[in-house]
Design a binder for this molecule. Structure first.
Ligand code: Q46
Ligand code: ZN
Ligand code: ZN
Length: 323
């Protein structure tokens, strides 16, 4: 197996590029793909202050590493979700990653700072853990960016994630979500800009980036993820990709090029007002945002152990987008 660029020994084969690469030229390919995504979608520039939402997984650590390497001003932001050992381990790994590189990392804890954790919120609301988790993450990322004066929030969503979400949204022809499924969402109404620089890299490629760069990351999936639709869609798309390499990227990029522009008019945000508790933008009738209502509902509740939910999970409702 030889590197396509230098003919030296290759360390990775990439069937969708019909080529093999040595570590150095694989890194070059990754940097090129990320730079292309950033430029093509006008995500941010070198003067912008970037807040990277890090989870301790391969994607968020890879994107943080790449952005710093490419000369961007990127700080990390980690939310301790209180999902047992998984959260403990991911926090340690994230802290070590930042400390070893001298990077700024802000840590917020659902339990210590807001009085609840994901398992307890799931029990109290009677919904799947991902529902309260996703709501909390979106709310806190936005708030951290606003309070910290950041220009953009970056997440580690990769090609596999985006293709799986697209598949789910298209299965239901959910126009509202399809319209908003863009690699960059502009700032507005108190929301920061959001960008996904890894949309041109697959899950396998971000994992290879971490392994070849010696980045330690949490390998296990979140224990709450098992059985979620998003993972099932990924498996289906992987089966397709194996038979026909490149089909995942073609599915997603075809959507961005040909379908997404037609949905521009559906990309409007609801009319918003400010939450009377936390000043975050919020829609609907209530004066209080969904996150503050969740804090209120979980106040004083006894902490629920993760194991309790892992066993019960198969009987609960799945979240709409499967995220
Ligand atoms: S962390 Fe949270 Fe994910 Fe775990 S509870 Fe679901 S949304 S699966 S990215
Ligand atoms: Zn090479
Ligand atoms: Zn609020």
């Amino acid at each position: 197996m030889k590197c396509r660029t230098c003919r030296g020994p290759a360390v990775i084969d990439l069937p969708r590029h019909n080529a093999n690469f040595c570590a150095e030229h694989f890194f070059e390919l990754c940097r090129r793909q990320v730079t292309k995504a950033i430029d093509e979608h006008a995500m941010f520039g070198t003067d912008d202050r970037i807040l990277v939402a890090v989870s301790g997984g391969k994607d968020s650590l890879a994107v943080w590493d790449m952005l710093v390497e490419l000369g961007y001003r990127a700080d990390g932001y980690y939310i301790a979700l209180g999902i047992g050992d998984y959260s403990e381990e991911s926090r340690e790994i994230t802290e070590r990653f930042a400390a070893e590189r001298g990077l700024a990392l802000r840590i917020e804890s659902l339990r210590d700072d807001h009085g609840f954790d994901v398992p307890t919120a799931a029990k109290v609301t009677g919904r799947v853990p991902c529902s309260a988790c996703g709501l909390s993450k979106r709310h806190l990322f936005d708030r951290a960016a606003r309070e910290g004066g950041y220009d953009v929030v970056v997440t580690g969503h990769n090609l596999d994630d985006e293709a799986a979400v697209l598949f789910g949204n298209a299965l239901r022809w959910d126009v509202e979500y399809l319209a908003r499924q863009t690699p960059v969402l502009e700032a507005g109404d108190g929301f920061p800009r959001k960008a996904k620089p890894l949309v041109r890299l697959s899950e396998r490629e971000t994992a290879a980036w971490c392994i070849l760069r010696g980045i330690d990351y949490v390998i296990e999936e979140c224990p709450m993820a098992a059985g979620n639709r998003h993972l099932q869609y990924k498996e289906l798309l992987n089966a397709l990709e194996e038979k026909s390499p490149g089909s995942k990227a073609a599915f997603y990029s075809g959507f961005l090029d040909r379908m997404s522009p037609l949905l521009a008019d559906d990309r409007r945000r609801d009319v918003l007002h400010r939450c009377v508790h936390c000043d975050s933008p919020t829609g609907g009738e209530s004066e209080v945002c969904a996150f503050c209502r969740l804090v209120e509902r979980t106040r004083g509740q006894e902490a629920v152990p993760v194991e309790m939910l892992v066993k019960k999970k198969s009987r609960s409702r799945t979240s709409r987008r499967g995220d």
